[in-house]
Design a protein around this ligand. Structure first.
Ligand SMILES: [Fe+2]
Ligand SMILES: [Fe+2]
Length: 196
């Protein structure tokens, strides 16, 4: 069964910001967005995209200087074919992966738009803050705490405008206020971030 083979393939991809639990969250969030929109989305394609979209960030797939999205789009076809995933759905999975980052412009497929919004929402709110703080000192995005807080502020300022669906924008409202509270309190307690 392709699902268990796929889970087996990614089972070692533990990462506090873009590992298996992130895959699970955006799978569930995409289902939630689809149900808020009262539409059916292809759950097979969603599952495959959710578990493969960030594999380009992991060994043995990652390559220096190449975007993790491009790697995942390329690798996903062979991976899915080897698992007997329904071949006719592979094009949609690749389209969803290609669309996933907040800086990507998603295609017109509803699945890709929803998936893009789910991945973007996971960078917002308490979970977004948690993910970025979890990788301080370990990833280029967050060399130290001050830079991680700057990135949280940047995501707060810029990512809400990247959301496309009204449903994601609705979820975003609460996440924005969580970030506002966090940043306000942190600023007060650290002399405007100077004592971080
Ligand atoms: Fe990604
Ligand atoms: Fe992701």
């Amino acid at each position: 069964m392709w699902k268990s083979e796929l889970l087996e393939l990614v089972k070692t991809f533990n990462h506090p910001a873009w590992g298996i639990t992130h895959f699970e969250r955006i799978y569930e969030l995409s289902i939630q967005l689809a149900s808020m929109k009262k539409i059916d989305i292809d759950k097979d394609s969603l599952f495959a995209a959710a578990y493969l979209h960030d594999i380009g960030a992991f060994e043995p797939y990652n390559k220096k200087g190449e975007d993790h999205t491009d790697i995942a789009v390329k690798e996903s076809e062979d991976i899915l074919l080897s698992m007997n995933f329904p071949e006719e759905k592979i094009a949609l999975v690749k389209d969803m992966i290609k669309s996933h980052m907040f800086y990507a412009k998603p295609s017109d497929h509803l699945e890709s738009i929803i998936f893009h919004d789910a991945d973007t929402l996971d960078f917002l709110g308490t979970i977004g803050i948690t993910r970025l703080l979890a990788i301080v000192g370990n990833e280029d995005w967050t060399p130290d705490l001050k830079n991680a807080i700057k990135l949280i502020q940047k995501f707060y300022n810029e990512l809400p405008a990247k959301l496309i669906t009204l449903e994601a924008k609705k979820i975003c409202e609460e996440r924005k206020s969580e970030m506002e509270d966090f940043l306000k309190n942190l600023s007060q307690q650290t002399d405007n971030f100077n004592l971080l």
